[in-house]
Design a protein around this ligand. Structure first.
Ligand code: UT7
Length: 337
């Protein structure tokens, strides 16, 4: 018998405002054809003006708790992965904790962008395996729509991102039969900060000059994400292949042993290329980018929630999840659902 962690409940929150590619083409020099062909994205969802990242997270968290059969008061820690926090500080985990009404428990923000959820999962898993906590909430939530450049200057990035939240409750479990019992096998985390400026938001920031942000920087659009798309694409394909292989090798598993691949959703072509290079049959890869765009840290838990709802991900299945994003950061997790 081994003490491990397992996914006890999952949930998501998708805002109600649907934004199609044609909607974007009303104010950006872009087209449904270009976006679909280059990325696979057909639509995304944006929040209303008064909705925040922690608002979306709260809905996803409550659904995950309900599925786990737990109350918020059963949680001992909240890990919140986001690149679009409610405020510059304090961390969004604190805002969510207040909304959940559970003062006193640990609240931690993770700033690892598209890889944030897997970084969070890894931290939660270790706290549980060490016997410190029994139930940890891991949330990935993003409000991109308020921080995108809605002029042609930013069209390469603006068409890619959507808002949303996903959450899992990770709980302590006793594993007697690793080939049957739900549990996290391992997580593998990486980063290479030499590429930090290939996908980043420069301002506001303390590294720029005398002020947090200047009017000149705002006029230049430095508060919006800047991306070297081709470089990100190439690194994403290579790193996701490497980190999936690393996770499988660590557990003495082969690609064929995996029932379900939960990849981050940045570009359908990235996932198709990864599947092709690793010899993964297309039906084992669950994609949601068509519906939601790239929701960064929220992507993987949103995908898991949909896959369970659509009966594609079933109890007992072996899952390999991988993500790549700004930092550069990349990670994988192998788990049995
Ligand atoms: O989560 C991690 C974050 N992001 C990623 O993983 C993204 C990785 N990169 C990508 O997905 C792709 O590089 C993009 C989808 C961003 C771009 O696709 P691409 O095939 O690499 O296109 P490109 O940047 O080389 O641009 C091709 C053309 C350019 O025009 P010219 O120079 O050939 O005349 C762009 O100006 O497409 C133009 N373009 C657009 N056209 C219509 C760029 N953005 C748009 C747009 N609509 N939104």
């Amino acid at each position: 018998m081994k003490i491990c962690s397992k996914i006890a409940g999952i949930g998501k929150c998708i805002p109600t405002k649907r934004v199609t590619n044609d909607d974007l083409a009303k104010f950006l020099n872009t087209s449904d054809e270009w976006i679909k062909q280059r990325t696979g994205i057909e639509q995304r969802y944006w929040v209303e003006n008064n909705e925040s990242t922690s608002d979306l997270a709260l809905v996803a968290a409550n659904e995950a708790l309900k599925k786990a059969g737990l109350a918020a008061t059963d949680l001992e820690m909240i890990i919140f992965a986001t690149l679009s926090p409610d405020h510059f500080f304090p961390g969004t985990a604190c805002f969510l904790q207040a909304k959940l009404g559970v003062p006193g428990i640990a609240a931690l923000d993770v700033r690892q962008q598209c890889t944030g959820f897997l970084y969070g999962l890894s931290i939660a898993d270790l706290y549980i395996r060490q016997g410190i906590y029994k139930n940890v909430l891991v949330v990935g939530a993003e409000v991109h729509s308020k921080g995108l450049d809605k002029t042609d200057r930013g069209r390469d990035v603006t068409v890619l991102f959507g808002d949303g939240a996903g959450a899992v409750v990770l709980s302590r479990t006793e594993v007697n039969n690793a080939e049957k019992d739900a549990h996290i096998y391992s997580t593998h985390l990486h980063a290479d900060g030499t590429y930090a400026k290939e996908l980043w938001v420069q301002s506001p920031g303390m590294a720029n000059g005398p002020e947090l942000i200047t009017l000149g920087e705002v006029q230049e659009g430095l508060q919006y994400p800047q991306m070297n798309g081709r470089m990100v694409f190439t690194h994403a394909v290579r790193s996701m292949c490497d980190v999936i292989n690393e996770g499988l090798k660590y557990n003495n598993l082969k690609i064929e042993d995996v029932d379900f691949f939960a990849f981050h959703q940045a570009n359908m072509r990235i996932n198709e290329k990864v599947a092709q290079l690793l010899n993964i049959p297309a039906e084992k890869v669950f994609n949601t980018i068509q519906k939601y765009g790239n929701t960064t840290a929220a992507t993987i838990p949103i995908g898991l929630t949909d896959a369970v709802q659509e009966h594609k991900l079933k109890p007992g299945m072996l899952v390999a999840s991988a993500a790549f994003g700004s930092g550069f950061t990349w990670a994988s997790s192998i788990f049995r659902y």
